[in-house]
Design a binder for this molecule. Structure first.
Ligand SMILES: Cc1cc2nc3c(=O)[nH]c(=O)nc-3n(C[C@H](O)[C@H](O)[C@H](O)COP(=O)(O)O)c2cc1C
Length: 163
C-alpha cells in the first residue's frame, strides 16, 4: 500500500511507520483532529475472507475520506490507526474465524490523517456452513467508552512496544 501523501493531510501532522499483519508496511500521517460519527447513520462494509473490502456504504466512503475506487479491493487495514493495539485485531480475527460475532471500539484513520471512533459489530457471513466473508456495522460510540478505550489502548500499546 502507498505511503500517505502530505498534500492530502490536515496540518499539523505526525509521521509514523506502521507494519501490518501481512508483513507489509507504510508511512502514515496522523493529525489529532477527530471527525464526529455522523448522526443517525450506520457505517457498513463487507470483506472477503482475507479482509479485503468488497462493499462499502456511502457513510463508510464519506467517513474514510477515500474515494470508492480507492477503498474497494483495498485491505481493511487501510483504516488502521497507529493508536490501535494489535491485540484488539487479533481478538477480532480469532473471534470471527470461529464463526462468532465480535464487538469492539475502534479508532480509525482517514485519508486526510484525521480519525473517528466507532463501535463495531463484525459478523461472519456463512453459506452452507462455510465463511464466505465478513460484514462490519458501525454505530456511534458513547463518549465514556471512547475515553475508557483511549486509556486502555494506550496501555496495551505500551506493553506491545516493550515486548
Ligand atoms: C469486516 C471487517 C471490518 C474491519 N474493519 C476495520 C476497521 O474499520 N478498522 C481497522 O483498523 N481494521 C478493521 N478490520 C481489521 C483489519 O482487517 C486489520 O486486521 C486491522 O486493521 C489491523 O491490521 P493488521 O491485522 O494487518 O495488523 C476489519 C476486519 C474485518 C474482517
Amino acid at each position: 500500500m502507498q505511503d500517505m501523501r502530505s498534500t492530502n493531510v490536515l496540518s499539523p501532522y505526525k509521521e509514523q511507520q506502521i507494519s501490518y499483519y501481512d508483513k507489509s508496511a507504510r508511512n502514515v500521517l496522523i493529525s489529532d483532529q477527530e471527525i464526529p460519527f455522523p448522526e443517525g447513520k450506520l457505517i457498513v462494509s463487507r470483506t472477503n475472507i482475507e479482509g479485503i473490502i468488497t462493499h462499502a456504504n456511502q457513510s463508510f466512503i464519506e467517513m474514510s475520506a477515500y474515494s470508492e475506487q480507492e477503498i474497494i479491493y483495498a485491505p481493511h487495514y487501510i483504516l488502521r490507526h497507529p493508536d490501535m493495539p494489535s491485540a484488539a485485531f487479533k481478538d477480532l480475527w480469532n473471534t470471527i474465524k470461529c464463526k462468532k460475532k465480535w464487538h469492539g471500539y475502534v479508532k480509525n484513520l482517514r485519508k486526510d490523517g484525521a480519525y473517528y471512533w466507532v463501535y463495531a459489530t463484525v459478523i461472519p457471513n456463512i453459506r452452507a456452513g462455510q465463511i464466505i466473508g465478513y460484514t462490519s456495522v458501525r454505530r456511534k460510540p458513547s463518549r465514556t467508552k471512547v475515553q475508557e478505550c483511549t486509556q486502555l489502548y494506550a496501555q496495551m500499546l505500551k506493553k506491545e512496544h516493550n515486548r
